[in-house]
Design a protein around this ligand. Structure first.
Ligand code: SF4
Length: 254
C-alpha cells in the first residue's frame, strides 16, 4: 500500500502547524489574562495555569499521536472513534490554515482521505468479506446507460461500457456487498440497510470527506475517483488501487 501514500504530507504538515498554532495561542491567552488573574490570588493563577497546561498537553498530545499514526501506520491511539473525533477538529483547522497558504480545498481533502486511510490501516484489522461494503458513486456508470444500477447492481447487463462491469467482477471474486448511490442520502440508506463493518468508498474528494464523517463510527477506506470528463460524468477509478484496498482489508496483503 506504500505506493499510494504520496498525498499525506499536506495534511500532516498542516496538522503539525495546527499544533504549533494551538500552543502559541495558549501562550498568548496566558499572556493576556495573567495580569488580571494574578490580582485574585496566587491559587487562582496557579489553577488557570494548570488548566492551560493540561489543555495544551492533552490536545497537542492527541494531535501528535494522530500524526505519528498516520506517518508510521502503527496504532498509537486506541479507539478509532477518538481518532475520528479529533479528525473532525483537525480537518476544519487545516482547511483554514490551507486557505492562508492559498492551497485548494481539493488538495487538503485528498490528503485528508489518505491520512484517514493510513489511520484505518494502522489498526491492522482484517475484515471478513461479508462485512465489507463497496460503495460507488453513480457517476462511474456510463452517463447514457439505460440500466438503473442504483436500484440494484444486478441490473447492469455487463456490456463493459463502463467500470461498473469490472467492479462487479471484483465483487464476485471476493464475495463482497456492492452498491451504487446517487448521493449522500442514498449512501446513508444503503449503509443503514447493510450495516457493514467497513466501507470501501469510491468518490471524489468532497463526497469522500463528508461521507467519512457522516457514517461515523463505521470506518471508511476511501479511493479517490478520476474525472477525465470533468466532475460527475463518466468518472473512473484506478482498478489496481481498488483491488489492492480490498485485498489489504481482507487479508492484510495487497
Ligand atoms: S457495464 Fe454497461 S450495462 Fe453495466 S452500467 Fe456500465 S454501461 Fe451500463
Amino acid at each position: 500500500m506504500k505506493k499510494y501514500k504520496s498525498k499525506k504530507a499536506v495534511f500532516i504538515f498542516l496538522s503539525v502547524l495546527s499544533i504549533a498554532v494551538l500552543i502559541l495561542l495558549s501562550f498568548l491567552l496566558w499572556y493576556l489574562i495573567q495580569p488580571r488573574v494574578a490580582t485574585f490570588s496566587k491559587y487562582v493563577a496557579l489553577g488557570v495555569k494548570l488548566v492551560l497546561v493540561v489543555f495544551i498537553l492533552g490536545v497537542s498530545g492527541g494531535l501528535f499521536l494522530i500524526v505519528l499514526s498516520a506517518i508510521t501506520e502503527k496504532d498509537f491511539l486506541l479507539p478509532y472513534g477518538k481518532k475520528q473525533i479529533t479528525i473532525k477538529v483537525l480537518f476544519p483547522i487545516n482547511l483554514f490554515l490551507a486557505k492562508i497558504f492559498g492551497w485548494s480545498k481539493e488538495m487538503v481533502r485528498e490528503s485528508f482521505v489518505e491520512v484517514n486511510n493510513s489511520l484505518f490501516l494502522a489498526q491492522g484489522k482484517r475484515i471478513k468479506n461479508d462485512r465489507v461494503l463497496v460503495l460507488l458513486p453513480q457517476c462511474l456508470q456510463k452517463f447514457d446507460c439505460a440500466h438503473k444500477v442504483t436500484a440494484d447492481i444486478d441490473n447492469c447487463n455487463r456490456c463493459g461500457g463502463c467500470l461498473i462491469n469490472d467492479i462487479i467482477e471484483l465483487k464476485e471474486k471476493y464475495n463482497l456487498s456492492l452498491a451504487v448511490a446517487t448521493g449522500g442520502t442514498l449512501a446513508r440508506k444503503v449503509v443503514v440497510e447493510k450495516r457493514p463493518t467497513v466501507i470501501i468508498a469510491v468518490a471524489c474528494d468532497r463526497d469522500l470527506t463528508s461521507g467519512i464523517q457522516d457514517v461515523f463510527p463505521i470506518p471508511v477506506y476511501g479511493v479517490l475517483n478520476q474525472r477525465p470528463n470533468g466532475p460527475c460524468v463518466n468518472t473512473r477509478v484506478d482498478m489496481r488501487k481498488l483491488e489492492s484496498a480490498i485485498k489489504f482489508i481482507l487479508n492484510g496483503v495487497d
